[in-house]
Write a protein that binds this ligand. Sequence first.
Ligand code: MN
Length: 430
Amino acid sequence: MPLKILSTADLHLGRSASSVPENAEESSTKYTWNRMVDWSIKNEIDVLLLLGDVVDRNNRYYEAIGHLQAGFEKLKQAEIAVYMVAGNHDYDVLPEMVKGDRYNNVNLLGFNGEWEVKTFSKNGEQIQLVGWSFPKQFVTEDPLLNFNNVNIDPNYPAIGLLHGDVDNRESKYGPIGLNNLTNKPIGAWILGHIHKPQELKDNAPLIWYPGSPHAMSAKEPGIHGPLLLTVEGANDIKATPVPLSPLRYEHISVDITNAEDEERLRDTITSALFNNANEKVKELEEVAFLVYDICLVGEHATIRKIESWALPIVDDYEQEMGSGTRLSVRKVVNNIRPAVENLEELAKEPSPAGMLAETILAVQNGRSTTFLDELLKKWNGKSDEMNNSGTYQPLRAAEKLNEMTSEDAKANILQECNRLLGELLSQQVK
Ligand SMILES: [Mn+2]
């Protein structure tokens, strides 16, 4: 029977997800840790791989460690082996935990930044686990540059465990060159650090970021969960995502062009949400909360009315699916165009409406104008001022404050120009 390996990274034990009720047990990452432990036992997993940043540096450190230890204990009783490498968040705590022989089933690979190989065998099947751990919080050199004298037997499958930033040379968190992964005698590389699950290469070697198994914010939309590996041969390792995250975030666009009144608008939005959730129903069995960011699109004469009609949906909307999944809305943004017959013609007019039209076109077509540059400069100044203000310090510390990018600035300016232009045009006597 092929060996079954469950792999995961970036659990950040100690953290909780945002935009779901704080008292919901599903919000905290320890819920997903327990769920993965139970799932491994129930599904007769042979090995659990942890790819670093399992424990969060900044959040309730001691509580987090207790939950990790309780899980190790359960896995030990079920005779499931654990192999892990440390990341930039837990470079000090993971080595500390495996000191002494409390858990003879738990192995930390590559202590202090030295590559290490260990062999695991069960029922006549044998695999090699090859790993490297963060020796300190910041690592600016590719760990694979020291992949020398690593003794790998080519007759058996080898799985590489590493935490770091693939193809990001400037990273302080272990920059990894993709080429340095592909020329090693490794059948599959399983990586930590990036929260979005992604396959970087589908074979020879297989390369995956399993991602965070617990979606933590709207910045991490889509399916989250651990990755199941089935080892059929040295270069035949299959990967299957297991959607175990109790939370899921989604971004959807809703066209409101035909919403003439408040009732029609609410109907348009709620149907769009329900249809979207229904399409995903097979992936929602384990999802308790599905949280949406809505972007309103289309064309409308009175954008401000649409906005005021849509606003209450953030607080009011709640819908429960047959699966028990609760749908809610975190945010509504608008990207509605004012109903203008010819924006290009209007942009030529020397009037406030013309100026707004010109700015809208500039943002949409990626051009710059003197006025747009001025607006961007002001926007960035205000945004920095706001982000650096003491009021937001607790949010920053909890990493709950999203960093603003120039894309955010342009999106906001576009939204504002559309709104103003709609307003101006609706005041014109026809
Ligand atoms: Mn990391």
